[in-house]
Design a protein around this ligand. Structure first.
Ligand SMILES: C[S@@+](CC[C@H](N)C(=O)[O-])C[C@H]1O[C@@H](n2cnc3c(N)ncnc32)[C@H](O)[C@@H]1O
Length: 233
């Protein structure tokens, strides 16, 4: 996952408005955070597109499991420190005023016990008065098996078609993504399987409240998927 496809990630997700999303995050952080510091950690930061904006307002760092995604993030955000790790068990030995986990990356934990472990580990890196912000994956009722997902990229020297049929297996949404990638060097085929756990809103909220976080569900979120915010008391 996110190895060979990392090179095409930004082209595939060019529809996302990371600037507007980051401005909303900054407003939400200002409304919820009680600690005074400005240390921010973006977990599962991908190619660093939120950090490009957030690092102008915070002492920002990023963490991701994919070396290939991190390599791109490092070139896009030269002043930002990046770490490779798994959200379930990374340990930076430090706390942050803000910890984020965005664009539904949390879904990759797949199971409820692992959701609880990941949220506990994210919260462990939040200081007293700091805020944890997680953008959930789709809720079970809003994921339709049988749908055909597709993305097309049409740039002068890069054409991509990516398709997958949406399936559900063991409470996970499963995507076997088939890429066809055209560059002046030729046409390449790539397959990548993604499995994301389908958790209910109550399961997300409970994973926060069970840790004693003062928890809010924000329906609007960044792109219609909601947000869970928890302040460490
Ligand atoms: C959909 S991308 C989101 C990236 C970025 N947050 C964004 O908004 O563009 C999901 C990211 O989660 C990362 N990821 C998946 N499982 C992970 C894990 N267990 N720990 C850390 N990162 C993980 C992937 O490598 C990938 O970069």
């Amino acid at each position: 996952m996110y190895t060979k496809s990392a090179a095409f990630y930004d082209a595939i997700y060019s529809f996302k408005d990371y600037g507007t999303e980051s401005a909303r995050l900054i407003a939400l952080i200002a409304a919820h955070k009680r600690s005074r510091g400005r240390r921010l950690l973006d977990v599962a930061c991908g190619t660093g597109s939120h950090l490009q904006h957030l690092s102008k307002h915070f002492e920002a760092e990023g963490l991701d499991a994919s070396a290939e995604q991190l390599a791109i993030a490092r070139t896009k955000c030269p002043g930002v420190a990046f770490h490779r790790g798994d959200m379930i068990d990374f340990d930076l030995g430090r706390e942050f005023d803000v910890v984020t986990c965005l664009f539904s990356s949390i879904g990759y934990v797949k199971t409820l016990p692992r959701l609880k472990l990941a949220v506990a580990n994210l919260a462990r890196h939040v200081c007293t008065g700091g805020v944890l912000i997680v953008e959930p994956w789709l809720l079970p009722g809003s994921f339709a098996p049988g749908n055909i997902g597709f993305r097309f990229v049409d740039q002068p020297n890069l054409k991509i078609s990516r398709m997958e049929i949406h399936c559900v297996e063991n409470n996970c949404s499963v995507f076997d993504e088939q890429f066809m990638i055209g560059t002046p060097k030729g046409i390449e085929f790539l397959n990548e399987r993604h499995e994301l756990g389908l958790f209910t809103r109550e399961q997300y909220v409970e994973s926060f409240t069970s840790l004693g976080l003062a928890t809010t569900w924000d329906d609007r979120g960044l792109m219609g998927r909601g947000l869970v915010l928890g302040v460490k008391l």
